[in-house]
Design a protein around this ligand. Structure first.
Ligand SMILES: *Cc1c(COP(=O)(O)O)cnc(C)c1O
Length: 399
């Protein structure tokens, strides 16, 4: 997909106007569960088009909310535009989106019986669990880096999909997507791009077929909506819509409205919080209670040289992690004594959030792949850097 490398970076202007028209700048919220059918044949034809993963026909109408909703379709158009891919399909949550991708890759006619997945660790705990348990009938081979993908593929010609995440949860470790693309060859690969957003990284530039977001995080940006979305090709979008119709994991129209609205401020929020994260990370590095700081913007944090205006990642992002010298007790003391920063799951909101991955999001990950007990993950929000540093400093005195 070399032509994909010409995809333009997301500009502030594109984010404000994506999926909107001059005559319809604020999309209406359509809450209809069902729609008038103008005729038996016309309705049947639209139904047929929708269950095949297509768009409704003009004559037959929208039929039923599980099949099509104009408000969520507006968000999908906007996200596809920002990712530089032709289509996007939204879901009730990030996990519903990942589930649909795994089903589309392994449980459809196009899968041709292939059920094997290659996945790279580290990865979000929920994705790790879904693949490890094999709940969807998939089988997984875990690898540690792009260099291991080719050998894993050679061993398993029945591989349907390669699954990666960058920056990866929880340590914001970066992965070279060009190296992944090269190792994958003709096998499609999925990137969970939640931490980056299309503002920092557009995986389609690097040949990714499926670009997944937990829209709950930065796309919504205010910790008040759950959603997931997959940007992809028309062929995969049809498969994903077919699965959405069958399994029902659809995005609610109000969530679709909020997510579409969230995209307008996405570049501003992401760039500002990335700047603040750099300041916080540098302060943490200098603190004697901190053993190690994981942040791609620090010296040594980007060993493959992936950050820069013409590189994979525009900026290092707003997610960081740090290990406390005092291990579990010190990490727990910090999480429980911050006052401005919220000790809570999730990330990507206006408010800064801190979590202890080993006891929360990565609790069920295999011990050899679980983050260490002294590690804290910090989602840097939109507060002023000096207030965040002050809050951490006060919490550190309670260790
Ligand atoms: C939160 C998250 C998910 C899951 O998304 P939900 O919206 O909570 O279902 C998947 N991947 C990453 C990287 C996440 O941070």
């Amino acid at each position: 997909m070399s032509e994909d490398r010409n995809i333009a970076r997301v500009t502030a202007t594109a984010a404000v106007h994506a999926g909107r028209t001059v005559t319809n700048p604020t999309p209406p919220i359509d809450l209809s569960a069902t729609y008038y059918l103008p005729g038996v044949d016309a309705g049947g034809e639209s139904y047929e088009a929708l269950v095949a993963g297509g768009a409704p026909t003009a004559e037959g109408g929208l039929v039923y909310q599980r099949m099509w909703n104009p408000t969520t379709a507006g968000f999908e158009r906007a996200l596809a535009e920002l990712e530089g891919l032709p289509e996007a399909v939204s879901f009730a949550s990030g996990m519903a989106a990942i589930t649909a991708c795994l089903l589309a890759a392994t449980a459809t006619k196009a899968a041709d019986g292939k059920r094997h997945i290659i996945a790279l660790r580290p990865i979000y705990g929920g994705t790790d669990g879904l693949l490890t348990k094999g709940t969807l009938g998939t089988e997984v081979t875990w690898v540690d880096g792009p260099a291991d993908i080719a050998a894993a593929l050679a061993a398993r010609p029945d591989t349907a999909l390669v699954v990666v995440e960058t920056p990866a949860n929880p340590t914001a470790q970066l992965l070279d997507l060009d190296a992944v693309a090269e190792a994958c060859g003709d096998v499609p690969y999925l990137v969970d791009s939640t931490f980056a957003t299309p503002v920092l990284q557009q995986p389609a530039r690097h040949g990714a077929t499926l670009v997944v977001h937990s829209a709950t995080k930065y796309l919504g940006g205010h910790c008040d909506v759950l959603g997931g979305v997959v940007a992809t090709t028309p062929e995969w979008a049809a498969r994903l819509r077919d699965i959405r119709v069958q399994t029902g994991g659809l995005l609610h129209p109000i969530a679709g409205y909020l997510l579409h609205r969230g995209l307008q401020t996405l570049p501003l929020r992401v760039k500002r919080s990335s700047e603040t994260a750099q300041t916080v990370a540098e302060w943490l590095v200098a603190h004697p209670a901190v053993e190690r700081v994981y942040y791609p913007g620090l010296p040594g944090g980007d060993p493959d040289g992936l950050i820069g205006p013409d590189k994979q990642m525009l900026l290092p992002g707003a997610m960081l992690a740090f290990s406390m010298r005092g291990g579990y007790d010190a990490a727990a003391a910090v999480a429980e004594n911050v006052r401005l920063i919220l000790h809570a799951a999730s990330l990507g909101g206006a408010e800064s959030l801190i979590t202890h991955p080993a006891s929360l999001s990565h609790r069920h990950v295999a011990p050899n792949a679980r983050p260490d007990a002294g590690l804290l993950r910090f989602s840097v929000g939109l507060e002023d850097a000096e207030d965040l540093v002050g809050d951490l400093e006060a919490a550190f005195t309670k260790i």
